[in-house]
Write a protein that binds this ligand. Structure first.
Ligand code: 13P
Length: 252
């Protein structure tokens, strides 16, 4: 099954609008020169509107980092799916920082994911085990449970409607990436079969599954060489143009 690699930058809570526009402009020539790789920038919410104007027609996609599941109402500080869909094609759902710091439950992740799909957004669903769970040999169990919970009641008619990102929590921002081989094994034996159980072989086989956690230009190629890894969700290394473009080039 041919899957177009996706290299996504999660800027997290970094960059003002002016800084973000400057960074995106510096990345654009390198990203636009790519062949057969999709690139995606997920800046803070304040930058979504100006960034959508900059990226319009560029071939570089725009995504948000979060949304609320309700369509509108008294939810101070939140953004509705349609507000995100005005500017974005993707949205990150269930990032471990949101789960850990902001108390997002599996149920909240499921609601957000379903609402994103209803709004026509492609969710990037993040799953991953903690260091403790990893050391206890529970990675497979945790991934299966997170995937089943987030995707319960969800129907998909095409594989491109959803992206999954495997982000082991212990690898995020630590400089200690998982090994490409272990990641590939986990995706082949756990993530892809769980998706196939939910959506059937055809949809699961066409769905992109990314790796995230300390991806840098110098380790990216080793991940992309693995047949189950269809791209990367990049944090720290997406904050400078040379490193993000370097990772995207490695996916080519
Ligand atoms: P780092 O690339 O900084 O480890 O972050 C990964 C991540 O959390 C992307 O969503």
């Amino acid at each position: 099954m041919q899957r177009t690699p996706l290299v996504a930058g999660n800027w997290k809570m970094h960059k003002t609008v002016a800084e973000g526009l400057q960074l995106a402009k510096a990345m654009l020539p390198g990203l636009q020169a790519l062949d057969g790789v999709e690139s995606l920038i997920c800046p803070p919410a304040t930058a979504l509107m100006p960034m959508s104007a900059l990226l319009d027609g560029s071939g570089v996609a725009l995504g948000a980092q979060n949304l609320h599941w309700e369509a509108e109402g008294a939810f101070t500080g939140e953004l509705a799916p349609q507000m995100i869909a005005e500017f974005c094609s993707y949205v990150i759902i269930g990032h471990s920082e949101r789960r850990a710091i902001f108390g997002e439950s599996d149920q909240a992740v499921q609601r957000k994911l379903a609402a994103a799909l209803d709004a026509g957004l492609a969710p990037i669903l993040c799953v991953g085990e903690s260091l403790q769970e990893n050391e206890a040999g529970r990675a497979a169990e945790v991934l299966t449970s997170q995937l089943r919970a987030a995707l319960s009641g969800v129907t998909l008619n095409k594989p491109g409607a959803l992206v999954v990102a495997y982000e082991p929590i212990w690898a995020i921002g630590t400089g200690k990436a998982a090994t490409p081989e272990d990641t590939n094994t986990l995706l082949r034996n756990v993530v892809r079969p769980t998706l196939a159980g939910l959506f059937g072989d055809e949809i699961a086989g066409g769905m992109r599954v990314l790796y995230g956690g300390s991806v840098k230009p110098d380790n990216a190629a080793a991940f992309f060489q693995q047949d189950e890894i269809d791209g990367a969700l990049v944090g720290g290394a997406s904050l400078t143009a040379p490193s993000f473009v370097g990772i995207a080039q490695a996916a080519q």
